[in-house]
Design a protein around this ligand. Structure first.
Ligand code: GDP
Length: 475
């Protein structure tokens, strides 16, 4: 007889010693299984109750002859995360205790031990695969695929700021996708109506109107892709960018802060040619620090490419560290560049404080009210702790608005949204070439299907595998 019942169990808290741990079960018969071991303090049968309820009591493990105090949380289908019956067993986080409960639950579901169900199939509980609870929530219509991915990010969030970012993504992606999908569907419906009723005397959608709607969609997509640089970042940290004139000590500071020699340091101007990144963690906050080549005003091809990269990395920066060489005089263009940076979180780093300081320059920097100023020496390490503290307090005082970073897509979502953008470009092209509305409607439908891949309305096994394989067991 095949074991077709699919009740799952997992320890849903991180492994190791902790004051509390949760064992989670989901499936058709999980309440019945748990009931076999559970002695309620109020002598209540947990199978009796509908909806959501908590119980206190103990798990009676006959083989080990022990009673383990637990709280049970029972959520009956469909009012649970997976939309199946879910039981959470909350108990002490002792690994041996958890193992005993876990084994007892798995045993109760083993084929030789279990009772055939009403339809003759055997009852089985198996260990959940990574992300299986969330996968079921998706398959049973509780959440869409984009939301499932955001759940993954929330689970992985290591700090409050990352958590806030993950939550804001959850909202942002859903709203954005609804907007794009809604726009495409509305346009498609209008074009299809124009085709269907072309022989009737009603106002049909004009090519100009189709074009303006497509352009507006294209702009929305472009803006969201431009704002979205998260997939370039190893961990979603606070994006912190070093900028300034060459030779001011950016790479030396970058190396000191990231604790290793990643960037090449040299007294030759323009040694750093590329944008380097490093992730560091202070006070529980992850910072993704970027060292740029600095501002170059030369006109040759390489210098303008470097300038463009430096300016690009400024666009998405949460914090800008503007480095001055405190030992040399003020340069007008340097100050102009500083003032042109639109970020609210610019910290002036007056570096080379170990050398005799240029008094006029220091005075001018300290006079600039809009910026915090910190004096450092990458050579001696002086002031680096003050700089770190300033970065941390910039985040904690909420002047870094993590939620303002727009919608940030996962790599999968980004690939899909870029495909949608390609279709929109193709549609505009078709329109200019006066290709028939029928073909335009077909391409629009194709774009709608592509968008649906993000939310999971069109979900192939490949997509599901890609999303859920990144989860940990128990989520
Ligand atoms: P970048 O072009 O802005 O990245 O500057 P680098 O980090 O490559 O440094 C340029 C030169 O300044 C190198 O010779 C460094 O050793 C030197 N330098 C950097 N920081 C300091 C500092 O705080 N004090 C002193 N005395 N020299 C420094």
């Amino acid at each position: 007889m095949s074991c077709t019942f699919d009740d799952i169990v997992a320890v849903s808290t991180p492994s190791g010693l902790s004051p509390k741990a949760i064992i989670k079960l989901s499936g058709k018969d999980v309440v019945r299984h748990v009931q076999k071991f559970f002695l309620s303090t109020d002598a209540l049968e947990i199978t009796d109750v509908d909806g959501f309820r908590s119980y206190f009591g103990s798990m009676h493990l006959e083989a080990e002859k022990i009673l383990i105090p637990v709280s049970l949380y029972v959520m009956k289908a469909p009012n649970s995360y997976t939309r199946e019956d879910v039981v959470e067993i909350h108990t002490f986080g002792s690994p041996p205790l958890l193992e005993m409960i876990f084994e007892a639950l798995l045993l109760v579901g083993k084929c030789d031990d279990c009772q055939p169900s009403d339809n003759g199939e055997e009852v089985v509980i198996r260990i959940a695969e990574p992300g299986e609870f969330t996968k079921r929530a998706f398959l049973n219509g509780r959440i869409n695929l984009a939301e499932a991915e955001s759940v993954l990010r929330i689970i992985r969030a290591k700090t409050d700021s990352e958590f806030l970012l993950a939550v804001s993504r959850l909202r942002g992606i859903t709203a954005f996708m609804n907007e794009v999908q809604g726009g495409l569907m509305k346009l498609c419906a209008e074009i299809e109506a124009s085709i269907d009723f072309s022989d009737q005397d009603i106002d049909l959608i004009s090519a100009t109107r189709i074009e303006s709607q497509l352009l507006s969609l294209q702009e929305k997509i472009n803006t969201s892709i431009e704002k979205n640089c998260i997939s370039r970042i190893p961990h979603d940290g606070v994006r912190t960018v070093f900028v300034g004139w060459p030779n001011t000590g950016k790479s030396s500071l970058f190396n000191k802060l990231s604790n290793y020699q990643k960037a090449l340091v040299s007294s030759i101007r323009g040694t750093t040619r590329d944008v380097l990144e490093s992730v560091v963690k202070w006070e529980g906050i992850y910072f993704c620090i970027t060292d740029t080549a600095g501002m170059m005003y030369g006109e040759d091809e390489l210098e303008s490419a470097i300038r463009k990269r430096t300016l690009d990395s400024l666009k998405d920066a949460h914090i800008v560290l503007f480095v001055f060489d405190g030992s040399v005089g003020v340069c007008r263009e340097e100050i102009e560049f500083l003032c042109s940076i639109s970020s609210d979180n610019v910290i002036i780093v007056l570096n080379k404080s170990d050398l005799p300081q240029h008094r006029e320059k220091k005075r001018r920097c300290l006079e600039m009210d809009n910026y915090s100023v910190v004096e450092t020496s990458a050579q001696t390490g002086q002031g680096l702790d003050v700089l770190k503290d300033l970065m941390v307090s910039t985040v904690l005082t909420k002047s870094v608005d993590m939620s303002a970073s727009g919608i940030t897509f996962s790599l999968r979502q980004k690939i899909i949204i870029e495909k949608v953008r390609e279709v929109v470009v193709k549609l505009l092209d078709s329109l200019h070439q006066e290709i028939g509305y029928e073909l335009i409607a077909i391409d629009l439908r194709c774009a709608i299907d592509i968008v649906a891949e993000i939310t999971g309305e069109v979900a192939t096994e490949d997509i599901l595998g890609m999303v859920f394989s990144e989860f940990c067991i128990g989520k």
